[in-house]
Ligand binder design. Structure first.
Ligand SMILES: NC(=O)c1ccc[n+]([C@@H]2O[C@H](COP(=O)([O-])OP(=O)(O)OC[C@H]3O[C@@H](n4cnc5c(N)ncnc54)[C@H](O)[C@@H]3O)[C@@H](O)[C@H]2O)c1
Length: 285
């Protein structure tokens, strides 16, 4: 297999992660196509990306020209056929079937001349790849939230991922000036396996009435964590966080320590997904 020259990047899913990843890629000089299902979502993403760049201008890390240059490199689209690219990074809902369906379509569009990266937090790369035409081209490229700030990116090799694809994903992340780390295709990879208990155990404290949301967050923040678990779940998206817990719980054969919380499930059902819906464990303006 010959290495693929990466110039154009397609990002599928213009939500919490997709927008941040698009920003990072465009700021590194790549031509980016940011795709989502509906035009309203895409338009909202364009506004959010512009606001995110404004924040960089306010702290003196970007000029107005830099902002315009970055925006000019991003094409916002609701047409999947626009994702005729060298590398795709998928950041859609954390469910296997939609991811498989998306990659199948993308493989029809791009064939073997593309690297297929998934930003999944918990779904095994091998499981997604098993249903695809080119399993050797799928690799985990797992950014953390907010993608435009967090340096770490996990690179995950599925059972069939070609070593050249892994190497290319690694070098691509380096080019973004981020820190790649190779992780095995094990449940939760590295970070989410450790972090899961931060959320699950905090939700148990709440369920048992041991402490309030505010108390748990304040204690964890005062003991050195950048964000308390509830504030962090609101940032991540409670729906996404719940899906990851469910997935990890099942991958660990329903070990009690990873059991998803009914309080969290209720928030998901009520549409209280955190910052993105303006209410989760806290309310946002
Ligand atoms: N939120 C986080 O902190 C975080 C961190 C690391 C990784 N991830 C992973 O990134 C992925 C995306 O998470 P998110 O938090 O950005 O989700 P999100 O809910 O904020 O955004 C997902 C977007 O994908 C779109 N979408 C759904 N199905 C689609 C499809 N078939 N084609 C195109 N777009 C589709 C939705 O309309 C939505 O805009 C998930 O796999 C998640 O596990 C999330």
């Amino acid at each position: 297999m010959k290495p693929i020259k990466i110039k154009k990047i397609g990002i599928a899913g213009a939500g919490t992660m997709g927008i941040g990843i698009a920003q990072v890629c465009a700021m590194a000089g790549y031509q980016v196509y940011l795709f989502d299902l509906k035009i309203e979502i895409v338009q909202k993403a364009e506004k959010q990306l512009s606001q995110s760049l404004d924040k960089l201008i306010q702290i003196g890390k970007l000029s107005e020209e830099g902002k315009q240059e970055t925006l000019s490199l991003v094409k916002f689209t609701d047409c999947m056929d626009d994702l005729k690219v060298d590398l795709v990074i998928e950041a859609i809902v954390e469910k296997t079937e939609p991811k498989v369906e998306l990659f199948s379509r993308l493989m029809e569009i791009n064939g073997e001349n593309c690297i297929y990266g998934t930003n999944t937090s918990s779904i095994p790369i091998t499981q997604i790849a098993a249903k695809l035409k080119f399993p050797e081209l799928l690799v985990g490229i797992h950014f953390f939230n907010p993608a435009q700030i967090m340096k770490l990116v996990e690179i995950i090799k599925g059972a069939k991922t070609h070593s050249i694809i892994v190497e290319q994903a690694y070098n691509f992340v380096k080019h973004l000036k981020k820190q790649p780390v190779i992780a095995a295709d094990a449940p939760g990879f590295i970070v989410n396996r450790v972090a899961r208990l931060y959320y699950v155990e905090s939700l148990k404290l709440l369920e048992e009435g041991v402490a309030t949301i505010e108390t748990v967050d304040a204690i964890m923040e005062s003991s050195g964590f950048k964000m308390g678990p509830f504030r962090l779940m609101d940032l991540i998206g409670i729906d996404t966080n719940y899906s990851v817990t469910e997935s990890q719980y099942n991958l660990f054969n329903q070990e009690a320590r990873f059991r998803p919380s009914r309080i969290q499930k209720q928030k998901v059902e009520a549409g209280l997904h955190g910052r993105k819906t303006k209410e989760g464990f806290y309310k946002y303006e």
